[in-house]
Design a protein around this ligand. Structure first.
Ligand code: GTP
Length: 238
């Protein structure tokens, strides 16, 4: 049987990807399809941590007057709703799952404790990290790179709605070219909208590679873990 390329990964799922055709909220059949690919990774012996975005429930401030910190708190709660939903579907599929939240909400899930998360991984459990970093002004991409650094993940798999990184918007330009590989610092220098600057800086500092790929084909998660070429590989290597 083929061996996975990575032993421990951090999977970043965009909130939008969980909404499927509905574009908002949760589409459980879509979530189930995504989770089946995660289950295949677990069955292959890979340790999986997940950070979920919240864009299917909340897209930031509703008005210029809305306090940024309040808006980010709402966003964090949205990520936790997604974390619980993904966790529930994974459990249905037979995975052992623990949801940990960066902001304590003990009646609902475990608090984030790094050492406990590591024990869960050793026992083959999926750990889903809710509430982003637990701080306003940080994106869930930053949460993904932070948790990846903390749990010593070998790679961040950023599963999103686009099939990689392009030199310009492929929806607007027919001649947009997809990068096969890219350096993290190019994201910063060229202002490519793959990761925000904080998340990219975390990946650079901690030498964490990232694969950006789309979830229109959910098995991309499994294929990436097995080392097959999907999306765009972003790393410190030139
Ligand atoms: P081991 O220590 O390896 O046995 O891990 P475990 O997660 O099975 O043990 P633990 O006794 O910590 O947790 C048992 C169950 O309670 C699991 O489903 C946990 O997710 C859950 N749990 C643990 N701590 C909390 C908490 O603070 N809040 C909530 N809501 N659930 C928790």
């Amino acid at each position: 049987m083929a061996q996975p390329k990575y032993k421990r990964i951090l999977l970043k799922l965009s909130g939008e990807a969980l909404a499927g055709e509905k574009k908002t909220g949760l589409d459980i059949p879509t979530v189930t399809t995504i989770c089946k690919s995660v289950k295949k990774c677990i069955d292959a012996g890979v340790q999986v941590g997940i950070v979920v975005g919240g864009g299917n429930f909340w897209r930031g401030r509703t008005s210029e007057n809305m306090d940024r910190v309040t808006a980010d708190h709402i966003g964090m709660l949205a990520t936790t709703m997604n974390a619980l939903a993904v966790g529930d579907v994974l459990k249905e599929l037979g995975c052992d799952v623990r949801v940990q939240s960066a902001i304590a909400m003990n009646a609902i899930c475990e608090p984030y404790i790094r050492e406990k998360a590591m024990r869960h991984f050793e026992k083959g459990r999926v750990v889903i990290f809710g509430c982003g970093t637990g701080n306003p002004f940080f994106s869930t991409d930053s949460a993904a790179s932070l948790r990846a650094a903390e749990i010593n993940a070998e790679i961040v798999l950023k599963a999103t709605m686009v099939d990689g990184v392009y030199d310009k918007d492929p929806l607007k330009f027919d001649d947009a070219v997809k990068y096969e590989t890219l350096r993290h610092k190019d994201i910063l220098v060229n202002g490519l909208r793959v990761l925000d600057g904080t998340a990219a800086a975390m990946c650079i500092e901690n030498n964490i590679p990232l694969i950006v790929f789309d979830l229109h084909r959910p098995d991309n998660i499994y294929d990436a873990v097995m080392g097959e070429k999907v999306g765009t590989l972003v790393s410190n290597q030139s």
